[in-house]
Design a protein around this ligand. Sequence first.
Ligand SMILES: Nc1ccn([C@@H]2O[C@H](COP(=O)(O)OP(=O)(O)OP(=O)(O)O)[C@@H](O)[C@H]2O)c(=O)n1
Ligand SMILES: C[C@](O)(CO)[C@H](O)COP(=O)(O)O
Length: 232
Amino acid sequence: MLNNPRSIIAIVPAAGVGSRMGADIPKQYLMLGQQCILAHTLDSLLSHAEIDQVVVALHPQDNYFSQLPQSHHSKLTTVVGGGERADSVLAALDFVESINPEAWALVHDAARPCVTHQDITKLIESVNLHPQGAILAAPVRDTMKRSDTNGNIIHTVDRALLWHALTPQIFPVSVLRHHLSAALAAQVPITDEASAMEWAGVMPGLVNGRMDNIKVTHPDDLQLAALFMSQQ
Ligand SMILES: Nc1ccn([C@@H]2O[C@H](COP(=O)(O)OP(=O)(O)OP(=O)(O)O)[C@@H](O)[C@H]2O)c(=O)n1
Ligand SMILES: C[C@](O)(CO)[C@H](O)COP(=O)(O)O
């Protein structure tokens, strides 16, 4: 449980087109077992006892979401997303700030359906140690190489302190909205919430997360996600 029990509002950026997946529909609507990727992700968040609300950022031309049973859930609200993931998150933060500026924002990719309640709880509880906010992350386990633009190895990178940033990532709503908005206005490249906080000089905590909490990005990720889901 949290020492300072503020509300926790999940934000789900789900307005992407899934270009790297190369499917004929946005990847978050591809089937994974009995339901689509986004439905699995929403089930995990909507059923977590400490998450009070879920705000989903949708593509302006999304005509799939309303067909999901989860779309009628009483804890769920939608906003219109933006051109980049960060814009979609900011659109959701604008809404959340207007209804509950004291809340925690727990931002989780629609494309990460394998997240477990155990990892979500672990991240939520980590704010007792990291009041500035924290992210789920997995230590790099392979030897890491840096290449030139032609795909030739330049050198091996020290992996001792390298992590894969995952989601969810949790930050105070008003602080994250302020720094994300300023970073985007300064045209800083922002690919996760932590990078906006880092740009502002905040050092988010790293919380060890499961490596099966993969982001379904390329076609071969689908089979892997299905395998992980079948083992949960
Ligand atoms: N303008 C955007 C772009 C992405 N996302 C969401 O951010 C998450 C992570 O982004 P990514 O995996 O890159 O998804 P896409 O942008 O759809 O994929 P691609 O980059 O291959 O097009 C996804 O759940 C995606 O729906 C979003 O809400 N708004
Ligand atoms: C937020 C994220 O999933 C953390 O690893 C990642 O940055 C999303 O990147 P993408 O290029 O939008 O898939």
